[in-house]
Design a binder for this molecule. Structure first.
Ligand SMILES: [Zn+2]
Length: 316
């Protein structure tokens, strides 16, 4: 049972196995509980006698954002395609976890976050003693890239994400979605939305070493005229929902849940990362706050029935 205002972790160890969508390599992802204050740490098991490598899930660990988000360090990339497991952890409110991988890329599973949500649900989310800390956005931070832009802005309660996409493609076109991200909305609206790709890009991707594991089992494949997957779409606007899933996962690299709103227009991993880096680089744009346990309020303070989270004094 989760208690408001406290940090969380997993009830026990849980694992999923699959293949990497870009590498095509088999991999097992094991989620371990972790102490308060750990955040999310990726652990890449050693191969060929090499020691294990650890990567803190933070903006500073990102080494690439081409088609997927990659964490690494000075000795090179370490773990790839981390955005969907990060989205599942963030979406379900898991603050602390060790994500162990025995290969270079997280498994793509069915292309969505739903298999990770199911794995987490098997062991549950438990509350720790320490108060939850948040990254609170204090002012607008905006990054433009060509005709795309992304911005973080202050927001009164929780984490809100707004995504607009605009593909000159009859199956997609313009789609918009705005959501207050909470475990219930994440499960219902976002977790099941799958990765998508265009048939016309496949040869180019393969020759560049990408999408080697992609198939109709894990990717919505769009031709010039239709969606190839025999069962069709899970949502009429599954494309924008997946873009939101990616944005939630990429912004989870803030290191602590964001109190703020994020808007992405025609964006992707590169833009999400650039906006987060712009936030982190400006110490006047954010602060760390702790959430206090809800306390009784007099009726004069708050309208009846309104339960507002109370955020404590800034600690940085
Ligand atoms: Zn994705």
């Amino acid at each position: 049972m989760m208690k408001a205002g406290r940090q969380t972790t997993l009830g026990d160890r849980t694992a999923v196995s699959g293949i990497g969508v870009h590498s095509g390599l088999p991999v097992t992802l094991t989620l371990h509980p972790a102490d308060a204050g750990t955040g999310v740490v990726f652990l890449r098991g050693g191969t060929d006698g090499q020691p294990d490598r650890e990567f803190h899930a933070s903006a500073g660990s990102v080494t690439a954002t081409e088609l997927a988000t990659v964490l690494g360090d000075a000795s090179g990339p370490g773990v790839s395609t981390i955005e969907h497991i990060m989205a599942a952890l963030c979406g379900l409110g898991v603050d602390n976890a060790i994500v162990e991988l025995d290969g270079p890329e997280a498994p793509i599973m069915d292309g969505s976050a739903a298999p990770f949500v199911a794995a987490i649900d098997q062991v549950g989310v438990v509350t720790l003693a320490a108060p939850r800390r948040y990254t609170k956005v204090l002012k607008v931070v905006r990054v433009a890239m060509g005709d795309a832009y992304g911005e973080l802005r202050p927001h009164q309660h929780g984490f809100r994400v707004e995504v607009d996409i605009d593909f000159a493609h009859p199956q997609i076109g313009r789609q918009s979605l705005a959501l207050d991200v909470e475990p219930s909305t994440f499960r219902r609206e976002i977790a099941r939305a799958r990765t998508f790709g265009f048939m016309r890009d496949v040869a180019k991707l393969w020759s560049a070493g990408y999408a080697l594991g992609a198939s109709l089992e894990n990717t919505l494949v769009v031709t010039d005229s239709r969606v190839l997957n025999p069962d069709g779409l899970r949502f009429p606007d599954e494309f924008v929902r997946h873009k939101m899933l990616d944005a939630i996962g990429d912004l989870a690299l803030a290191g602590a849940p964001i109190l703020g709103a994020y808007r992405s227009v025609r964006g992707g991993h590169k833009l999400n990362h650039a906006v987060l880096c712009a936030l982190v680089a400006d110490p006047t744009a954010w602060t760390v706050v702790e959430e206090r346990s809800p306390r009784p309020r007099r009726h004069a303070d708050v309208p009846a029935g309104l339960v507002a989270p109370a955020y404590g004094a800034d600690v940085s």
